[in-house]
Write a protein that binds this ligand. Sequence first.
Ligand code: 5AD
Ligand code: FES
Length: 359
Amino acid sequence: MDTLTSELIDELATTHTLPIEGYEHLVAHQDEEAAALLAQHADAVRRSIYGTDVFVRGLIEFSSICRNDCLYCGLRASNASCERYRLSEEQILFCVDMGYELGFRTFVLQSGEDGWYTDERLCPIVSAIRASHPDCAITLSVGERSRESYARLREAGADRYLLRHETADPDHYALLHPKEMSFDHRMRCVCDLRELGYLVGVGMMVGSPYQTTAHLARDLAFIDRFKPEMCGIGPFIPHHATPFADRAAGTLEQTCYLLSIIRLIHPTVLLPATTALGTIHPNGRERGILAGANVVMPNLSPSDVRTKYLLYDGKICMGDEAAECRRCLDLRMERIGYHVVVDRGDPRPNPADTTRRPA
Ligand code: 5AD
Ligand code: FES
């Protein structure tokens, strides 16, 4: 680790912000020593806010049908070899009830951009969950929609929304997406969601094709500016039936390094150790938690559809029932000294933040 890197890490751990050049230097000068120092600071700040609590979210992948054609994603419309499915309202509500019994208090409804789910179809599902489980948080992850649609879903009872920005660099965005998709529209959606009162999750893949250190620095500067309540980052993993089939996957080390930096930029952020991280390394999720993550998102989808929701190759937990994943994660977290809690897992205030005065 060079002197500047160590100074930047100290500055970040104290002030929780750096100029974009500082982020670029950190990304460009990653080594084991810098990673260990960042992880140590990230763990300390996370413990001061969340202790050793790890939040769980029950992920329900309710439709694999997608109108988009993102170059990296196995669910892209032009992947004819992807088996498509849609869960019925009854199946979704069954997953939620089962998840509730297993101790989940947040449900993430995720799908491709499936036009069948108009507001008329999706709002009643959200309302039904809201009515049957008033103590739970409902998170949607269903892609780009109109502001009006986001407003209706919010009124129906959705609390949070995950829409990864994918990259904060418009030129990089254009290399990962077909020309029909627009960086500006995606950012518009992210801003609409915040204005409508959702807790918003953004995020990007680590090691995606064409990604440079300058792109990652822009991602970090965006996270610094926007302060999303949630931030989903995981390694890019190639999918065999996409144009990026032959690209290299992102690494465990770089993902953990960025998780630590993001924790320090935004101490209260809800940061998942993603399934993609668990896929590239047998202990990827544990390593993510140790680097500063505090959320895990096991799958609650029925086992017969799991193998059809493949964003990338090699995805873990394909044959496991929800209860098995829940138990498995409990054990994995206990083994590293953390504890999965039965809790909605809302953001907690930072006790060190003296700018927040009680009302
Ligand atoms: N590897 C890793 N992550 C992927 N995603 C989509 N395809 C891949 C892939 N091949 C991520 C995107 C998307 C989220 C749901 O999954 O960032 O926003
Ligand atoms: Fe699914 Fe371990 S989390 S089996």
